[in-house]
Ligand binder design. Structure first.
Ligand SMILES: Nc1nc2c(ncn2[C@@H]2O[C@H](COP(=O)(O)OP(=O)(O)OP(=O)(O)O)[C@@H](O)[C@H]2O)c(=O)[nH]1
Length: 328
């Protein structure tokens, strides 16, 4: 829900112009355990006709950052394959500037882009015809004689790769009958998704670019559930979320939590959230007369709820990359 600040008595409020990023070590948030997954993907690429890269639509501008940064060979092979970019979770994204996003991505060489919602199967039917066309227009090397298509689905963790595969199966397989025994290629599961044309998708583990360009990018990825929240810190993430919502004029949180007004101070917001949810905790305080138990708002629980509510889309649709949109 988009409301203007004055609706909540915040007339004249100046929202923070920037978020304090110092003191955060982004490298620590993104564990380097992804090399194994990359290796499996790299060795399977020769048996693949097309790559579907899935990204979170809320961070569309980061979609041109190659997943494969560390491994030039993988990147090279990936570059030879037809490529479709799926910007998923469109239901959670503010797509007011969809046209400009698509133009920006085209400028970066990403010409085939489809926005999807895998929960409601929105735009899913566009994928197989697009992939088929891309393969038909490409050179398949030694696979030219092969009548079945093998598509690799890649993307950072939690963007909806498995959901996309399930959604494609829902849309294209009329029968629950298992027509093909499950196969694996280099340990990656191959899933039957379509009969005509005969198409299999290769599910891959979520893989992140080895180096995240900035703390702010790290925070955006974290808000999208790409890393475990506790590695970044729920309260830091909640603060970055509040900063973003206020800057974007998204004050749905005020109504959702029954706050008196919009506010840019995370501590105050989390306090109100905790009180509203009845989340308190006992803390021992040392006084002159000994230990006393004091009831305090549970800020950690409140931060978790704030993030969960945002991820369910209950605080409004957001484009986390809005600041990166090039000026017209
Ligand atoms: N709102 C919304 N949620 C989605 C959509 N697609 C997937 N999800 C949710 O996003 C979460 C992650 O989806 P997965 O399909 O497990 O993502 P993944 O990319 O396979 O995750 P990894 O295996 O960790 O790499 C799940 O809770 C899904 O229900 C979508 O289009 N909209």
């Amino acid at each position: 829900m988009r409301l203007w600040p004055q609706a909540w008595g915040a007339v004249g409020s100046a929202w923070r112009e920037c978020f304090p990023l110092q003191g955060h070590e982004v490298a620590r948030w993104f564990p380097g355990h992804m090399a194994k997954g990359l290796k499996k993907m790299q060795s399977s690429l020769k048996q693949v006709d097309c790559v579907i890269e899935v990204h979170d639509a809320r961070i569309s501008f980061h979609a041109h950052i190659p997943l494969s940064g560390r491994n030039p060979l993988f990147q090279e092979l990936l570059g030879l394959k037809p490529h479709l970019l799926v910007l998923n979770k469109m239901d959670l994204a503010d797509l007011t500037e969809q046209q400009r996003i698509v133009q920006h991505l085209e400028g970066k060489g990403l010409k085939n882009v489809i926005f999807t919602n895998c929960i409601k199967d929105e735009n899913i039917k566009l994928i197989i015809p697009e992939v088929t066309e891309l393969i038909k227009c490409s050179y398949r090397y030694h696979r030219a004689e092969n009548l079945e298509y093998c598509i690799m689905v890649v993307g950072v963790p939690n963007v909806g790769k498995s959901s996309l595969i399930n959604s494609l199966r829902r849309q294209h397989l009329r029968t629950a009958r298992v027509l093909f025994a499950e196969r694996t290629i280099n340990g990656l599961k191959e899933v039957y998704v379509c009969e005509r044309p005969l198409m299999f998708l290769l599910d891959t583990p979520g893989v992140l670019a080895p180096r995240i360009e900035s703390v702010e990018t790290g925070l955006k990825l974290a808000l999208c559930g790409t890393v475990l929240d506790h590695l970044v810190g729920e309260e830091t993430m909640a603060d970055y979320l509040l900063y973003t919502l206020n800057r974007h004029g998204l004050f749905g949180y005020v109504q959702h939590y029954g706050l008196a007004s919009a506010c840019d101070h995370i501590e105050q917001v989390l306090k109100s959230v905790a009180v509203k949810l009845g989340k308190t905790r006992k803390v021992k305080v040392l006084t002159g007369t000994g230990n006393v138990n004091v009831i305090q708002p549970d800020y950690a629980m409140a931060a978790r709820d704030f993030l969960r509510t945002f991820r369910k889309g209950l605080l409004g649709q957001v484009m986390l990359d809005r600041d990166l949109l090039p000026a017209c």
